[in-house]
Design a protein around this ligand. Structure first.
Ligand code: AMP
Ligand code: MG
Length: 398
């Protein structure tokens, strides 16, 4: 992809961005985090049980610990030799032909081999009447019946949800090795940009791309370590970039990559080995990438729709994968109205699901409000020129 002449396919550019970002993250070793902080992180290695779980035989019910032989014929009355609560040690060994009152989770006394749930019993003075017989092992949770020392509880690559956190704590871990989280720097460029909450002067507008890209990267599991803006001055952009490089694994820029007079990203990064050119898509045709000593700079065009579509197509899949998030899958959907598409370009239209099918909004890549109203991207292949109303198209969730 040279300065604007050749055109790359969306798939080729996506593969390139994928490789650059993956390689950048692979240079970092795993993090070790306390289990309290492990939620949402991705297991670096297989997490194995450090202890048997349960770690001791215990009761599955509130009831009476017995030997099954003593309750083979019912009803039967047995002497009650005491009470074992959760947190007690097992106490004295069980005497065959007696019962011990036991609570859920309490250790089953040595020699007892079944628990009769309290619902099938009746206290009679210091004795208990057992109304139902139980086989050996019933309502007894054996040591290691859930997992044994050394068994894999959570495989490497799993994103740790609440249930995984519970399991790794239960098997004895206090901390866990997790994949490093991708650190993303977002740099929006444009002399016209102002920060939210300030008064835009003549010719100026709010930087919406920066917050959009940051929100998208966070939603896709990355850590946004730099959010900044640069003017169209080469010195300013170079300084902002050099700072971003020290704090991020990947830098994402918006604006300054097309064919105007003040294309600061292209002007600064071109001489530093950057490649700028066209990808066969609309919106989002002008794209750039630079490998700055192993830190990739992925450069998107500045129109807000182009920026977000570029992010969704090129960055979202790899970010989600690195964060252990499931890949988003396209659906088939019916188009309400006919649409046209430019031959030779993969076209992404903003669409909205309605009961009658997908409606699409106009092509303008500056239309932020129509982007907010959309909930899908309609993906039209390169060779498509027209799609009639009622046709089936491929849509991606937004
Ligand atoms: P550029 O790609 O720099 O030529 O920008 C293309 C268009 O997108 C211009 O109309 C810019 O004003 C607009 N634009 C660029 N950056 C941003 C941004 N961060 N937020 C909102 N609009 C932007
Ligand atoms: Mg610009």
């Amino acid at each position: 992809m040279t300065q604007g002449h050749s055109t790359r396919s969306v798939a080729d550019h996506a593969a390139l961005v994928d490789r650059l970002i993956r390689t950048a993250l692979s240079r970092r070793g795993p993090d070790t985090v306390a289990v309290e902080d492990a939620h949402g992180r991705v297991a670096h290695t297989d997490l194995r049980a450090l202890i048997d779980v349960p770690s001791f035989r215990n009761s599955q019910m509130d009831g009476y610990a017995v030997d099954a032989a003593a309750v083979a014929e019912v009803p039967v009355e047995l002497d009650v030799t005491g009470v074992v609560a959760a947190g007690d040690d097992g106490g004295d060994a069980h005497v065959p032909g007696t019962a011990r009152k036991i609570m859920t989770g309490a250790p089953v006394p040595r020699g007892a081999d079944a628990v009769v749930p309290v619902e099938d019993t009746e206290a009679v003075g210091g004795r208990v009447r057992i109304g139902r017989s139980r086989r050996s092992g019933e309502y007894v949770r054996e040591q290691g019946s859930d997992v044994r020392v050394g068994d894999v509880v959570v495989p490497a690559g799993t994103r740790l949800e609440a249930r995984h956190v519970g399991a790794i704590v239960a098997v004895g871990h206090a901390s866990v090795a997790v994949r490093p989280r991708l650190r993303v720097a977002v740099v929006a460029t444009g002399a016209e940009l102002v920060a939210p909450g300030t008064e835009p002067g003549p010719g100026c507008l709010y930087d919406s791309n920066g917050p959009t890209l940051a929100a998208a990267a966070i939603a896709d599991g990355a850590e946004v370590t730099v959010r900044t803006r640069s003017t169209d001055s080469a010195e300013h952009f170079a300084a902002v970039l050099d700072d971003a490089l020290t704090r991020a694994d990947v830098v994402v820029t918006s604006g300054g990559v097309s064919m105007g007079d003040f294309e600061v990203v292209r002007d600064v990064l071109g001489p530093r080995g950057g490649t700028f050119g066209h990808v066969g898509m609309q919106p989002g045709g002008p794209q750039g990438w630079t490998d700055l000593d192993g830190t990739p700079v992925i450069s998107f065009p500045g129109n807000p729709v182009s920026t977000l579509v570029s992010y969704l197509i090129f960055a979202r899949p790899v970010l989600r994968d690195l964060a252990g998030l499931p890949a988003l899958r396209p659906d088939d959907a019916i188009l309400v109205d006919a649409v046209r598409s430019i031959p030779g370009k993969r076209q992404f239209l903003r669409g909205r699901r309605t009961p009658g099918g997908i409606t699409t909004s106009g092509p303008g890549s500056h239309l932020v409000a129509s982007l907010a109203a959309a909930d899908v991207l309609v993906d039209l292949p390169e060779d498509t020129t027209e799609v009639p109303a009622g046709a089936t198209v491929r849509v991606w969730p937004l």
